[in-house]
Design a protein around this ligand. Structure first.
Ligand code: NAP
Length: 319
């Protein structure tokens, strides 16, 4: 009998077709009713699950009888109750590395866009506001040669830092729970405490994974430490930031601007952020290029197939 795979979000069509060749595949569809109910029903006799962007925990996984692996098409795994999975001998595999450079590109896009008011001035130009040469209201911030503070110098954080160091001659500061000498040394990056990073940096980029220690890492007290000309970028997870405190910092001009890809609640349908001209808002597209999404889907597929064939997947979160 074919093993059963539950697909819990949209995945690449070629990877889906490959799965369908070898397994009994059930694709969940939010349009056909409550998704958690669908998960509870389909997981009972499932061997594997693949997808992204759903909260998976005891609430919807409890009926599972023989689930071997959940293969997430993402590097972040804050949607999954890892302790519950480990206790129930369910592997969780993710897709690191293949999305690092693309996500770092997006972080730098946000950084430069916010510094140079790109979306605001694009709107301004199209609305026919360009009637004479621009003045101070349209001026942005220099990027070249400035200080870039990375909170979370991991794979993506280091890739952002490389862009700053090699491309923009930036001075790099970083803050992690532990020093990362092997990543920091080639970039001449200096390890420092969070408060020092915030007060010294012209640009602050958050690239941590979401965990109990990074939750709400950036709140009112932290934004108050930043410089008034500083730009804040978050490409990590929305819950790393107290969004209300960020809105307040932007409204009060405590900081110059922000570039955001992630939010406390997604998809973001309405927000105070939408009323601010000094924030660039993107819809969680860090890894969203055709090439990278395909690489992620293929890696997630490989993780899943390895597990079902009795091998240990290369990228296990709880191995
Ligand atoms: P990674 O290599 O594991 O890097 C995460 C870094 O964060 C680690 O170096 C970790 O170092 C540091 N960190 C964790 N908690 C911290 C804390 N409380 N304070 C300071 N540093 C902390 O992961 P990655 O591949 O770079 O990905 C990072 C995150 O980016 C993912 O988990 C995901 O949530 C997010 N992401 C977003 C998008 C998007 O579409 N916007 C795309 C890809 C990834 P220490 O353990 O030493 O502190």
């Amino acid at each position: 009998m074919k093993k059963k795979v539950v697909v819990f979000s949209q995945i690449d069509s070629t990877v889906l077709a490959q799965l369908e060749q070898d397994y009994q595949v059930v694709v969940l569809n939010p349009k056909q009713g409550d998704i958690n109910e669908q998960i509870r029903t389909e997981v009972v006799d499932a061997d594997a699950m693949i997808g992204a962007g759903r909260l998976l925990n005891e609430n919807n996984l409890a009926p599972a009888q023989k689930l071997k692996i959940i293969s997430t098409v993402s590097v972040g795994y804050d949607n999954y109750d890892v302790d519950y999975l480990t206790k129930n001998n369910i592997w969780l595999a993710n897709t690191p590395h293949v999305l690092t450079e693309t996500t770092a590109d997006l972080a730098f896009t946000l950084l430069v866009s916010a510094a140079r008011k790109v979306p605001e001035l694009d709107r301004w130009t199209k609305q026919g506001e360009w009637k004479r040469t621009v003045g101070p209201a349209q001026f942005g911030q220099d990027v070249f040669g400035k200080t870039l503070g990375i909170i979370g110098l991991g794979n993506i954080g280091a890739a952002v830092a490389r862009r700053g160091f090699y491309g923009f001659n930036m001075n790099i500061l970083y803050h992690n729970r532990r020093e990362k000498l092997e990543l920091a040394q080639p970039l001449n990056a200096r390890y420092c405490g969070l408060d020092e990073l915030l007060s010294q940096s012209d640009f602050v980029v958050v690239a941590v994974d979401l965990n109990p220690e990074s939750k709400a890492l950036m709140g009112q007290a932290q934004f108050e430490k930043m410089q008034p000309h500083a730009v804040f970028v978050n490409i990590a997870r929305g819950s790393v930031v107290d969004e209300e405190a960020l809105v307040n910092a932007l409204q009060q001009k405590q900081i110059f601007a922000a570039g955001l890809d992630v939010y406390q609640k997604e998809p973001l349908q309405s927000s105070e952020l939408f009323n601010l001209s000094n924030v660039v808002t993107l819809p969680h597209i860090g890894s969203a290029t055709a090439e990278t999404r395909l690489k992620m889907a293929k890696l997630a597929y490989k993780n899943l197939v390895d597990a079902l064939e009795g091998k240990t997947p290369q990228y296990l979160v709880n191995g």
